[in-house]
Design a protein around this ligand. Structure first.
Ligand SMILES: NC(=O)c1ccc[n+]([C@@H]2O[C@H](COP(=O)([O-])OP(=O)(O)OC[C@H]3O[C@@H](n4cnc5c(N)ncnc54)[C@H](O)[C@@H]3O)[C@@H](O)[C@H]2O)c1
Ligand SMILES: CC(C)CCC[C@@H](C)[C@H]1CC[C@H]2[C@@H]3[C@H](O)C=C4C[C@@H](O)CC[C@]4(C)[C@H]3CC[C@]12C
Length: 342
């Protein structure tokens, strides 16, 4: 998105633990693309990568709600990693920092309170127990508190945080897993969540576009944007997690069975708890990390949707991709995987 839409871009540095072959394709154009294999938990590696950069978009993170990583590792990558990025900006004199936060900084909370089409100012009791949302909330707080700190050279650091809801689009691993699961079940998925539970979704291309726009405008309107948070939104429809997935997976040949959940909620919760117990018991032998656990069930079963125009008001954001484009692009990606099920 930066290469396509930011005419003033002179160099793009991509810093990641894992560098993919896709990066090579980006290295053939007129803008210098520098791939740096590194770890955000290593302060010296981050500082070396940030030195001389004008803007940092900090999107690296350990996204784990399935119990694959320990809570210490999640904290180290998401919180200490973010602290390292802030310190790198301060030490090297980089003045602009955009942080990819998450809706989970707000909720759903442990009490399962619905957040129905709320905005950045909607009161909500943000209480978390799970390591991933806790880490994102702490990291976001660090970023916002760093706004105004003096960087090397004496100028103030300008920061802001973007909070995507559930991102979908090309490369969405969970969508891919659910697609393969449906194929294994003879083209069927079984409804587990009531259709009335709304779950916020946003297309990856629009999330990227928001990052590019805010990075640009942070420099022009530091006083307005500095220290602010913005939900990421677009025209993707308000639906339950499963009904939304069917907008993509339906045209790819899957069918969602049942107008209402086939299993009662208490039974699903029992299975989720059983999965958590099995994960704990099997941990010394193998990693058991199914999609269903008490946290993912609570996420999918609690309404959390946003309705806001703050990004439009503050930095002129309009989605780059319509719902039809976003859907078609994702469908095309799923169809291209056909026949490659593991
Ligand atoms: N996927 C979603 O629905 C969603 C929603 C809201 C926010 N987010 C946030 O968006 C960001 C990107 O998430 P994603 O879904 O694309 O996940 P992802 O796992 O695809 O991307 C995260 C990237 O961070 C890199 N990374 C992980 N640990 C690292 C480390 N120690 N050092 C350097 N790089 C490291 C990974 O290699 C990966 O490329 C994350 O900060 C996440 O919290 C994601
Ligand atoms: C209960 C089962 C039938 C379905 C399980 C679905 C579950 C794996 C899904 C539901 C909601 C998903 C999360 C949601 O879209 C938002 C985010 C925020 C982001 O920061 C990281 C990803 C995450 C947690 C999604 C993970 C997968 C979830 C829990």
């Amino acid at each position: 998105m930066l290469l396509q839409r930011e005419p003033r871009l002179r160099e793009l540095r991509v810093f990641d633990l894992h560098l993919g072959p896709w990066l090579e394709e980006l290295q053939t154009g007129p803008v210098q693309v520098t791939a740096i294999q590194g770890d955000v938990t290593q302060a010296h590696e981050v500082t070396a990568a940030v030195a001389g950069a004008h803007v940092v978009i900090h999107t690296a993170g350990l996204v784990d709600v399935f119990g694959r990583a320990s809570s210490e590792t999640i904290h180290e990558v998401n919180v200490q990693g973010t602290q390292n990025v802030i310190e790198a900006c301060v030490q090297t004199g980089t003045q602009f920092l955009v942080y990819t936060s998450s809706m989970e900084v707000v909720g759903p909370n442990i009490k399962g309170h619905p957040f129905y089409r709320g905005n950045e100012d909607t009161p909500y009791e943000a209480a978390h127990r799970h390591p991933y949302p806790r880490s994102k909330a702490l990291a976001e707080q660090l970023v916002l508190e760093a706004n105004g700190r003096k960087v090397h050279g004496g100028l103030p650091l300008v920061t802001c945080a973007l909070r995507p809801t559930g991102i979908y689009g090309e490369g969405h691993q969970i969508m891919r897993d659910i697609y393969y699961q449906g194929q294994r079940l003879g083209g069927r998925l079984f409804r587990a969540i009531p259709a009335s539970v709304e779950h916020g979704r946003v297309y990856v291309g629009n999330v990227a576009w928001m990052h590019v726009l805010v990075a640009r405008e942070l420099q022009q309107q530091a006083a307005l944007l500095g220290g602010q948070v913005y939900f990421c939104y677009d025209s993707s429809p308000y639906k339950s997690y499963e009904d939304f997935n069917m907008e993509i997976l339906g045209p790819c040949g899957l069918r969602l069975v049942g107008a209402r959940p086939l299993l009662p909620y208490w039974l699903l919760m029992f299975l989720a708890l059983l999965n958590a117990l099995l994960q704990w018991l099997l941990r010394p032998l193998l990693l058991y990390a199914p999609l269903l656990n008490p946290y993912t069930l609570a996420m999918a079963n609690t309404t959390f949707t946003v309705s806001t125009n703050k990004a439009q008001r503050h930095f002129g954001y309009e989605p780059l991709f319509s719902w039809e484009d976003s859907r078609n692009r994702t469908i095309r990606w799923v169809r291209a995987m056909d026949g490659s099920a593991p």
